[in-house]
Design a protein around this ligand. Structure first.
Ligand SMILES: C=CC1=C(C)c2cc3[nH]c(cc4nc(cc5[nH]c(cc1n2)c(C)c5CCC(=O)O)C(CCC(=O)O)=C4C)c(C)c3C=C
Ligand SMILES: [Fe+2]
Ligand SMILES: [Fe+2]
Length: 339
């Protein structure tokens, strides 16, 4: 039987937490037209003269705080474990490669290895549960740009999103149960943020997303690939799995960049509001990420944790990501077998 290829792709991380490597990473990442989706002249100006020069030294310090002496960046560490565990599950009939959309290991090198192994059938799994042009869309585009120059273009299947995968939902719920959710006053589902204009651009009807209050809070045929609607659906499914009543949780969006409006409500404002209401203990899911990374380990535990405590709160607890949980590898295995 001819071997099949699986290409797992996550976002990317700097090669080291030095300012120079963080600068290189941010530069590649933020110059992607799907990430900062403004005209090229403005993007180049913003990224090269404002964002990267100011952000790189600050981000380098954050990366230094989460960098493990032995295993390095958590995002790369868990991604490598996921690749290894999935390869073991799938056995010799499959070749599982890992790539990062930005920096290393590159998508070019992973596809070259699959080509060398004479793989003619590849399943690309961007490791983002919810579809966004800035994440999933960018991975798809990069893969297509590479293979378009090959003489023999392989059969390629792209996974667009898996926001409602029941094994993924169960893994998040299992991880939360270890923290005994009854001991928390409120639960947050904090997703990575996205500029509002990117939601609107993904709305092919041009007349649905962000047109009325709450339009992206539920999933329907019109907005089924809307990042906000998929995020709300992921949160609803985890909440259902854990029997959480609606008033016990809030969906919110973190890590805003720049002054344009992003998807709301913002996590920092929700944290502030909950602290002022007298809530003392928060349990926080980050279901836009399949691996712990800067956005979970640092932003939730330290940034939101410090903000909450400064306003009278006591504790912010992160629910660990899917990382190397066997049930999450079951989810990946099933995705491969079903596609
Ligand atoms: C315009 C800016 C950004 C958009 C749009 C964006 C979308 C987006 N990002 C992820 C996943 C991750 N982002 C991570 C880090 C990160 N993201 C941005 C900006 C945008 N992201 C920045 C500037 C950074 C770097 C962090 C910093 O400098 O403070 C990470 C973590 C990487 C790591 O090494 O740990 C992930 C993962 C998604 C899924 C997404 C669209 C929905
Ligand atoms: Fe990001
Ligand atoms: Fe929407």
């Amino acid at each position: 039987m001819a071997k099949k290829g699986v290409l797992l792709v996550n976002l990317g991380t700097p090669d080291s937490p030095s300012t120079a490597d963080v600068r290189k990473y941010l530069d590649e990442f933020l110059m992607d037209p799907r990430v900062i989706d403004v005209n090229p002249v403005l993007r180049t100006f913003l990224v090269k003269t404002i964002i990267v020069p100011f952000r790189a030294p600050k981000s380098a310090k954050l990366y230094q705080a989460i960098w493990d002496k032995e295993t390095g960046s958590p995002l790369l560490h868990y991604s490598l474990l996921q690749q290894k565990m999935l390869q073991e599950r799938l056995g010799d009939n499959y070749v599982v490669e890992l790539a990062m959309r930005y920096q290393s290991p590159s998508i070019d090198s992973a596809l070259a290895r699959l080509k060398e192994a004479l793989i003619g059938d590849i399943l690309v799994i961007p490791l983002f549960p919810q579809y966004a042009s800035a994440s999933t869309g960018s991975v798809h585009e990069k893969v297509m740009r590479i293979v378009k120059d090959w003489q023999t273009v392989p059969q390629i299947t792209f996974i667009n999103s898996f926001h409602n995968d029941d094994l993924m939902i169960e893994t998040f719920a299992d991880n939360a149960r270890r923290h005994n959710p009854d001991n928390y006053d409120h639960i947050l589902f904090s997703f990575h943020g996205l500029p509002q204009r990117q939601l609107k651009k993904c709305d092919h009807t041009g007349s649905y997303c962000l047109q009325k209050a709450g339009c992206c809070d539920t999933l329907n045929d019109t907005n089924k690939l809307c990042y906000s609607a998929q995020s709300h659906d992921t949160a609803r499914l985890i909440a259902e799995k854990m029997n959480l009543p609606k008033e016990k949780y809030t969906v919110c969006f973190q890590s805003r960049l720049g002054s344009d409006p992003w998807v709301q409500p913002y996590t920092s404002e929700v944290v502030e509001h909950l602290a002022k209401e007298g809530k003392k203990r928060l349990l926080v899911f980050c279901p836009a990420f399949v691996s712990d990374c800067l956005e979970t380990v640092f932003e939730v535990t330290h940034e939101y944790g410090d903000e909450f405590k400064a306003l009278g709160g006591e504790h912010v607890q992160l629910v660990e990501s899917l990382n190397a949980e066997p049930k999450w590898i079951d989810a990946l295995e099933r995705m491969v077998k079903e596609n």
